[in-house]
Design a protein around this ligand. Sequence first.
Ligand code: FAD
Length: 378
Amino acid sequence: MDKSTGRPTKKKVVAVVGGGLVGALNACFFAKRGFNVEVFESREDIRQAKVVKGRSINLALSHRGRQALKHVGLEEKIVSQGIPMHARMIHSPSGKQSPIPYGKKGQVIFAPSEAETYPNTKLNFEHKLHDWTAETGLMTFVRSDGSKEQIKADLIVGCDGAFSAIRKQFLRRSRFNYSQTYIPHGYMELTMPPINGQFAMKPNYLHIWPRNTFMMIALPNLDKTFTCTLFMPFEEFEKITTGDEVIEFFQKYFPDTIPLIGSDALRRDYFRLPAQAMVSVKCSPYHINDKCVLMGDAAHAVVPFYGQGMNAGFEDCIVFDEIMEQFNEDFSSVLPEYTRVRVPDDHAIADLAMYNYIEMRAHVNSKWFLFRKHVDNI
Ligand code: FAD
């Protein structure tokens, strides 16, 4: 018997591949149902890492996402750690700031550690899925020392993001529909440090610098920094090749941010990581027999101009859980039903996100500052 849920512990093994936002939440849902859950994440455990490599993006948590968190008792915990956004703050090229009232916005701090509170869940970091077989459920993982480990599961849940290794097996199968589209814009993150231990700008705002074909936004973090995200066509990013050119560019378009980010930091950080691509992925079906199912970005990566990528992924978890209840946890009925119910909704979100992007490009002057207008719904 599982003490936390009062349900009997089942013998079935559910392997969640990918310990990102959706994988971590999914692990909670399956653990709550008493399955033996194993999470496999290619990265190291960031709670123990001395240096955390890569990027961190702030995310708007909407009603969809909150409902899913509520189901596993995490809504309050996560939302209380978020920073509410009351308005957008539009920065003009001259540095003038104008607030536009807004909904609420939050930062999601959700790690696999939440899943670890269930005794029937095991987290396996530094386990990169190399290959797997749909017929048997046998997966091969490569560990950080190069060694391989083979593990079998009754159900494999692919939550390994936009470039999913799980999805590769789907692509080899007949009647699997798949499309991906890269947009011409990329994004780059820059950090605005605190000043005398305080936020460098007003914290309860989504700061926006709309500039025709490109824009920058800034969101507050709990450590009093702001993450500034610059969205711009790749060809524009590539035109800037020296530190002086970075300063010249910022002087022209975002002069008020230079003293706040710091000119040395700007010269350095602009070249720290290349601009990141944004891809939209649509596929169908989301399952293979009773063995494997895709969720989150692995099933439907969307461009971030509708702010619903993570929220849609969280909603996948709750929809799946409801179908599990409805079909008595019989995977052979649950998986096809999940595809039937979920594919049209996820495709609609992907289309809306792309539509918003195209709209913004078409009406550059008027629309960029409405970026992420979806957040009004929160
Ligand atoms: P990921 O977060 O990508 O996690 C996948 C995990 O799988 C990773 O931890 C990865 O290391 C692991 N993995 C990958 N390959 C393997 C492998 N072979 N073996 C084992 N593990 C593997 N969404 C919102 O709802 N609101 C927003 O405001 C918002 N803003 C965004 C802004 C930007 C700039 C971007 C790029 C995205 C934004 N999104 C937003 C989308 C959101 O970030 C994603 O939808 C969400 O992170 C998807 O979660 P996921 O768990 O499915 O995938």
